[in-house]
Design a protein around this ligand. Structure first.
Ligand code: GLN
Length: 264
């Protein structure tokens, strides 16, 4: 079996090692004898989402988002249609924001998103507190661990499913307890880390959906020995829980400095 992965803008949208998500997907394919062809469509490259089984986009700061936004707007309708028809996808942080309806950046500039997730993100400005730190999110795939670092606050429209509920950290906006977004087989999230190496259930959800879509409902993933992944996940979870006190302290300082409030 063979899967085709499109890693969008790999040279531009890659902070905090988001490329590790692709490495984890490759590892989990190869360990099962599944070939993974990775393509990295960049700005100006032709791209037909019908020719891929899985799509990944990483994070980037406002500057990188401004660079890719016009090209993504052109590719957006085809990407959105493919995902709505079941193409599995992972969008992280800056990429996640651009998979929503719009991102209002730190300078007040409006970057159009592809509108897959019904949500809007607003950055209150360069002086505003950032959400930075370890995160634990309760999801349908179990507890997901990761690291967030973003200034934008994301607000989901009514009815838009989140990726999960924040147990530790800020998540979408620091106020409503939601983290990320879920639509069809797509996951949007603020979690770097990278996400997939330490959250193999999420990686296997994406791979399983890709495999079934390409090879039929009977195609399944053989279980892997995930001892190393489980240990890394437990360690990251313990660090996040230990840091909770520190997070509360930082939050207080942030509030004192006029930090995160609903509607910021
Ligand atoms: N520029 C966005 C923000 O700060 C995304 C940051 C990121 O991808 N790390 O909200």
């Amino acid at each position: 079996m063979r899967l085709r992965l499109a890693h969008l803008y790999p040279d531009v949208m890659n902070v905090y090692g988001d490329r590790g998500n692709v490495i984890a997907l490759r590892h989990r394919c190869e360990a099962r004898g599944i070939a993974l062809d990775v393509r990295g469509p960049g700005i100006g490259d032709a791209f037909d989402p019908a020719e891929c089984d899985l799509l990944v986009i990483g994070g980037g700061e406002d500057r990188e988002q401004r660079r890719v936004a016009p090209d993504l707007a052109a590719k957006g309708p085809a990407i959105r249609a493919a995902i709505e028809a079941g193409l599995p996808a992972l969008a992280v942080c800056g990429g996640f924001q651009l998979f929503g309806e719009r991102y209002v950046d730190a300078d007040g500039g409006v970057l159009p998103g592809i509108g897959l997730f019904r949500m809007e993100t607003r950055h209150p400005g360069a002086g505003a507190a950032r959400a930075t730190g370890n995160v634990l999110v309760r999801t349908e795939f179990g507890e997901a661990v990761g690291f967030e670092n973003h200034g934008g606050r994301t607000w989901l429209a009514q009815g838009q499913a989140p990726f999960g509920a924040v147990a530790v950290g800020r998540g979408n906006n620091g106020a409503d307890g939601t983290e990320g977004a879920r639509t069809a087989n797509a996951i949007g999230t603020y979690l770097h880390g990278s996400l997939l190496p330490r959250n193999p259930a999420v990686a296997d959800f994406l791979l399983g959906a890709a495999l079934r879509r390409r090879y039929g409902a009977g195609a399944g993933l053989a279980p892997l020995d995930d001892a190393a992944e489980r240990a890394a996940r437990a360690e990251a979870g313990a660090i996040a829980r230990r840091g909770k006190g520190e997070g509360a302290w930082r939050r207080l300082r942030g509030l004192a400095a006029g930090g995160w409030r609903r509607g910021d």
